[in-house]
Design a binder for this molecule. Sequence first.
Ligand code: E4P
Length: 226
Amino acid sequence: MIYFLDTADAAAIARLADLYPIAGVTTNPTLIAREKRPFTDIIKDIRAVIGDGAMLHVQVTARDADTMVAEARKLADFVGTGFHPKVPVTAEGLKAIRRLSGLGFRVTATAIVTAQQALMAAVAGATFTAPYVNRLDMIGGDGVKVVADIAHLFRIHALPTRLLTASFKNVQQVHDVTMAGAHSATLPPDILEALIRHPLTDSGIAGFAADWADAYGEGRTTLDLI
Ligand code: E4P
């Protein structure tokens, strides 16, 4: 299981990459637009933080396959090694996924909400498929069930395509997809941080600190005692 950061905020990426070995960064047009800065500056800043070669997923914005392929080619030069074009699974998107995979691109098929969309993207040659868990949950669907079905389909059809689960709003969704057989998840910064935190961990540490301070003095560590 590997975690990506789902954000275009270079400062947040820098902060979290320092505390956890993230596999890379995924962006989408909404996340990029939220930064309110030139597109090229955003991508350059993210690349500077994660380093050359780290995976950076950038979504094409056209609706037709020809322009999607042209975008991916141009983005590849700009984004550099580790670039993954993200292509939404529509009819035109599937066409582009097949063409780009044939050209050697490692494509991430995105905006997936059914297992059949993921299966079709995998057969078209996608390297990653990104099912949107929370968006399904929000309309009474079952995002985790879709992820479990995709994992099952990839296994029984021996497809090498990876599951890059996406769209999370809470820790339980992340835990459930890891149990359902996802290979990776892309998380907003606050959700990655929430995976680490627990009030029992905090109260346990506070108890240790209080007992230690009583015995050896406030602010002292083992460094002061050896
Ligand atoms: C993934 O590819 C998308 O960027 C993202 O996870 C969508 O998440 P949202 O539903 O929080 O917008």
